[in-house]
Design a protein around this ligand. Structure first.
Ligand SMILES: Nc1ncnc2c1ncn2[C@@H]1O[C@H](COP(=O)(O)OP(=O)(O)OP(=O)(O)O)[C@@H](O)[C@H]1O
Ligand SMILES: O=C(O)C1=C[C@@H](O)[C@@H](O)[C@H](O)C1
Ligand SMILES: [Mg+2]
Length: 168
């Protein structure tokens, strides 16, 4: 099978789950946020302030195109990447897209006040909830599968392993 892409809101656990799943299945693991930081040579907040969110979004699409050359990789995406339909098209052509569906309160606990997540740091709880609602509709529509996530990793990994094997 081609790649397994994980999407979902900030703090849903995409990075954490991708690392654990890739270890379990012995697959390569990539994270679009990490690759962008590496290539830009600066952290995400600096990219946002120097290039604007638009610049960061352009880097996301370029990064996905580069990753299209991979196969059988687990790829954690950034929380806003799926909002661009072009990105969804690239991922659908290269594998399957799974939505990690975590409740807002849990995401909020994990991300509020985090200076490394400019889209969280700049919003009140109410504004973040509005963003969560708006994005959730898009994550759901774009994805091939939805997995409910809370604090336990094991059930999420079991479902993803099954999904991976079904699509191998
Ligand atoms: N299943 C889990 N159980 C306990 N803690 C978790 C779990 N998943 C994630 N976390 C914790 O929540 C925080 C956010 O997780 P993570 O960075 O994986 O989210 P993300 O979806 O990649 O967010 P972003 O979109 O900002 O990249 C981390 O500190 C991580 O340790
Ligand atoms: O949800 C978002 O808009 C973001 C989530 C993070 O993964 C990073 O991609 C960045 O901080 C933007
Ligand atoms: Mg992440």
């Amino acid at each position: 099978m081609k790649n397994l892409y994980l999407c979902g809101f900030m703090g849903a656990g995409k990075t954490t789950v991708a690392k654990a799943l890739s270890k379990r299945l012995e697959l390569p693991c990539y994270d679009t946020d990490d690759l962008i930081v590496l290539q830009a040579g600066m952290p995400i907040p600096a990219i946002f302030s120097k290039e604007g969110e638009e610049g960061f979004r352009r880097r996301e699409t370029a990064c996905l195109r580069q990753l299209g050359g991979q196969s059988g990789a687990v790829i954690a995406t950034g929380g806003g990447l799926v909002m661009n339909p072009k990105n969804v098209e690239i991922m659908k052509n290269q594998g399957i897209l799974v939505f990690l569906d975590a409740p807002f309160e849990l995401c909020y606990l994990r991300i509020h006040g985090d200076k490394n997540r400019p889209n969280a740091a700049s919003r009140t709880k109410e504004e973040l909830y509005a963003l969560y609602r708006e994005r959730k509709t898009v994550y759901r529509k774009a994805s091939d599968a939805v997995i409910a996530c809370r604090n336990r990793l094991a059930p999420v990994l079991n479902q993803l392993e099954q999904l991976y094997k079904e699509n191998e």
